[in-house]
Design a protein. Structure first.
Length: 317
């Protein structure tokens, strides 16, 4: 078997907190590759602050045996790359450096980037099929400040699905750690009128319209296609804590074209205490699932209220 006598390539790692290095026992030196490798490991890991190394492994078996048996070091192959191996004194640091090199943006970030590219492919495919020119439909959302839900590491996207139900424009939204439901209108005053037509004093607010004989609020005039800017009221729940955002939050989204294919929105996220911007890109003229009930996100969910993805749609009274 022909020996490769090339000196292994070295890249400094990022490990810290190294323990005191114990000198390796003297071993028989048979090849120049082993001499060079042993000298490198002895010199580098004799320092208390020695960091992990990434070595080119021309002779994998020889390198691993020398590092583990002679020097008591840990080793890890860099991903599927059979040409590089991480060597270090801490198992956690060795595995961490190997993963950092394999996934430079982290596993979750890499998955999100790939999922977003795939989802934008759906958006461009939708555009190629001549958009329907209406606001109803399904949108993927881009919001860097709110991408901390673990689901996104597995390719799921933040979404906004807009519906038209009983002359009311409403939406389901998944934004970061927030699941919620929206009421939307191009007329902010009309949106206030609709919101105030609900019994907001009832802790279990039901989705009902006011009695026309007793209600003094002006009748909302819904015209969702006459403008690009939509105001909304949002109620929802923070996934991590389960905290309900029962008091409606205000925000707006503005579409950037007449076909309603993309928008820029602003929302004050209650559990963050600050306003964030989010962008939407349409992927379908058909919303996902069914609209959620407004009362689903009250402090105490009514018995007859159901989450619509389970196949039950809430009723207007």
């Amino acid at each position: 078997m022909t020996r490769n006598n090339t000196l292994p390539s070295v890249t400094p790692g990022y490990g810290l907190n190294m323990s005191t290095f114990a000198a390796a026992p003297v071993q028989p030196q048979t090849t120049s590759y082993e001499v060079a490798t042993r000298s490198l490991l002895q010199s580098h890991f004799s320092k208390e602050t020695a960091k992990p190394l990434i070595l080119g492994m021309q002779e994998l078996h020889t390198l691993v045996k020398m590092a583990t048996h002679e020097f008591g070091l840990f080793t890890a192959i860099v991903g599927d790359d059979t040409r590089r191996i991480v060597v270090g004194r801490s198992l956690g640091e060795v595995q961490g450096l190997a993963e950092t090199v394999t996934y430079p943006f982290g596993r979750g970030e890499r998955a999100r980037k790939m999922a977003w590219l795939e989802a934008m492919g759906e958006h461009y495919e939708y555009l190629s099929d001549k958009p329907g020119g209406r606001v109803q439909g399904s949108y993927i959302i881009k919001c860097d400040e709110l991408q901390f839900r673990n689901d996104y590491e597995h390719g799921e996207m933040q979404r906004l699905d807009i519906f038209e139900r009983d002359e009311v424009t409403c939406a389901n939204i998944e934004l970061g750690e927030l699941d919620g439901v929206m009421l939307l209108s191009t007329n902010d005053s009309a949106l206030d009128a609709l919101e105030h037509s609900y019994d907001m004093n009832d802790p279990n607010v039901t989705f009902r319209k006011c009695n026309p004989e007793t209600c003094t609020a002006p009748t909302p005039k819904w015209s969702p296609t006459t403008g690009r800017r939509f105001f909304f009221r949002l109620r929802g729940k923070e996934i991590a804590s389960g905290e309900t955002v029962s008091e409606p939050e205000c925000g707006d989204i503005e579409f950037l074209d007449d076909d309603f294919t993309k928008f820029v929105g602003n929302i004050n996220v209650p559990f963050m205490g600050e306003e964030v911007e989010f962008r939407g890109f349409k992927v379908s003229d058909t919303p996902l699932d069914q609209p959620c009930d407004w009362e689903y996100f009250s402090f105490e969910e009514p018995v007859n209220s159901r989450r619509c993805e389970h196949g039950f749609e809430g009723e207007f009274e």
